[in-house]
Design a protein around this ligand. Structure first.
Ligand SMILES: Nc1ncnc2c1ncn2[C@@H]1O[C@H](COP(=O)(O)OP(=O)(O)OP(=O)(O)O)[C@@H](O)[C@H]1O
Ligand SMILES: [Mg+2]
Length: 503
């Protein structure tokens, strides 16, 4: 299928070094016209680095990129776009204060008589782009007011505006709900029909199999292999990614000693999004919150942490009634929250990795206002090992980390504070399969230390595999509780769809 003639892009010996790190090591690779080409690999394998060089965002150290017969030793973003390569980054590239249509036309505004900006024409053209994608979007909306899913649609519309021939998407589904993923896949299908080549980076195996024609597997900066999707299975992809066979088993649940009294109790909690929610959380257990996206799982956490206004209801902490918590108060009360949107709420890109990891516990490691660097470093080293954080030096800025490794830093930051109660909101999203297992083990360790853990996850096997009890929500209401060890996916789905269990 991929004869040289049908290739839209070829890469030879492409290499990128960042100081001592070789992020991409002499890659030879090609893309066929109109294919959907997935890239799989662990966090830090070099997926984003490869793609960023194609899009002109970073300059190669060695090697060449050939697009439609033209060979480049490096590209700048404008050249990449002119040659039809557009990349949608893990972080979007939109101006929050501006409406959708202005974002689409940023720097290429349509003008009337060459002077006045023709707003109506830009709105009309934007609407046309969304129409081509098969979605309805009001292009006058301000970016800050739309969801991440819509931001992504805007990025795709921008790419269509640029006449993209090769569209690169870096983990596009990570922030999307299942329904939104469905819409995205339809759009990708339509782009493919129009002959656009799609490069698709993802950690979700099911998506790779559902969507792609070919898959490239990367490990440690090297391209290991490229295969037709029909010629490989999930197990082989994972073992090629990790470099050895990997069992995806959950830690065996030990006999947990649950604390006699609950450490956190919620009674009749009601906000705009949730109604009459009551539950108890004990030390030594992992309590799951399941439900479809929008069912109110994150909203419970937001209410407890004071992000959403509580209309009625009470929160008890270790038996004592408490006002809503602020993040600040929570930290001093040894409560941790690993947020869903870790990129926006967790990482300080311009600070060293070390400080990112120790931000919350400066009082503990400092004595008389001076930080004890040895202690700070020892704690950090431990988490680097435990979470398999792939990085250069602890003194490097967090911006030097791959997306998944940035997420691990946020995890480390909260764990280093040694919380007694810990909320994990989608803890394994964007995390590669190998490191997922490490996170499961870490959660299990917290449980056996008697800590209280709440886990929110959209991945059903993960919820069933990890949680002792699971509370299932539907449209802001508590539908019921099931036991992790005995419940089935069906039980949880039934409750999550607003139905009762027949028992
Ligand atoms: N600006 C930078 N400075 C220094 N090192 C960098 C920089 N960007 C990337 N790296 C390093 O290059 C390697 C590859 O990173 P890359 O972002 O390509 O990984 P990835 O495969 O996209 O991972 P993820 O799945 O976590 O997004 C990593 O070790 C990373 O730390
Ligand atoms: Mg990446």
């Amino acid at each position: 299928m991929s004869t040289a003639a049908s290739n839209v892009l070829e890469v030879k010996g492409l290499t990128k070094r960042f100081g001592g790190t070789t992020a991409l090591d002499h890659a030879d690779w090609s893309l066929a016209k109109g294919e959907i080409h997935a890239i799989a690999g662990e966090n830090g394998a070099g997926k984003s680095t490869l793609c960023k060089m194609l899009a002109g965002a970073i300059v190669p150290s060695e090697g060449s990129i050939t697009i439609d017969g033209k060979t480049f030793s490096k590209l700048n973003p404008a050249e990449a776009k002119r040659n039809g390569i557009v990349m949608i980054y893990q972080e979007f590239n939109l101006v929050p204060e501006l409406p959708i249509y202005e974002n689409i036309f940023l720097g290429k505004e349509i003008t009337k008589f060459g002077v006045n900006v023709d707003k109506a024409a830009m709105i009309k053209k934007s609407d046309e782009l969304f129409h081509q994608m098969g979605v309805k979007v009001d292009s006058r909306k301000i970016i800050a007011d739309i969801s991440v899913a819509y931001c992504q649609l805007v990025e795709i519309a921008k790419a269509l505006m640029e006449n993209a021939k090769i569209l690169i998407m870096d983990e596009p589904t990570a922030p999307l709900t299942n329904q939104e993923v469905g819409i995205l896949f339809e759009i990708i299908g339509r782009l493919k029909e129009r002959g656009i080549t799609i490069v698709y980076i993802s950690h979700r195996m099911e998506e790779i199999f559902e969507l792609s024609d070919r898959v490239t597997i990367m490990r440690d900066g090297k391209i290991i292999t490229t295969r037709e999707i029909g010629d490989i299975d999930q197990k082989e992809i994972i073992s090629l990614m990790v470099g050895h066979e990997l069992g995806m088993d959950f830690p065996v649940r030990g006999k947990t000693e649950r604390s006699a009294e609950p450490v956190l109790s919620v009674r009749n909690l009601t906000t705009d999004k949730i109604r009459d929610i009551s539950f108890d959380l004990y030390g030594g257990e992992i309590l799951g919150l399941a439900g479809l996206v929008g069912a109110g799982r994150t909203e419970i956490v937001r209410a407890i942490f004071g992000a959403d206004k509580i209309k009625s209801g009470e929160i008890y902490l270790r038996g004592k009634k408490t006002d809503k918590l602020s993040i600040h108060k929570a930290i001093s009360k040894k409560i941790g929250l690993i947020p869903e949107d870790r990129k926006r709420q967790g990482v300080h890109l311009e600070l060293p990795i070390l400080h990112n990891m120790t931000l919350l516990q400066l009082d503990r490691i400092s004595r008389l206002m001076t930080i004890n660097p040895k202690k700070e470093r020892a704690g950090a080293d431990e988490f680097v090992k435990k979470l398999r954080i792939k990085m250069g030096k602890l003194s490097d800025n967090a911006s030097s980390l791959s997306g998944g490794n940035q997420q691990k830093i946020v995890l480390a930051k909260w764990l280093a504070n040694e919380p007694d109660i810990l909320f994990f909101d989608e803890p394994t999203r964007g995390i590669d399969v190998g490191a997922k297992a490490e996170i499961y083990e870490l959660m299990d360790e917290l449980r056996s230390q008697g800590k209280a853990v709440i886990m929110i996850s959209s991945e059903m096997p993960e919820v069933l595999g990890m949680c002792d009890r699971i509370l299932v929500l539907y449209e802001g209401n508590m539908m019921g509780e099931v036991i992790g060890e005995t419940a089935t996916q069906d039980d949880v789905m039934t409750l999550a769809s607003g139905l009762k269990l027949e028992k």
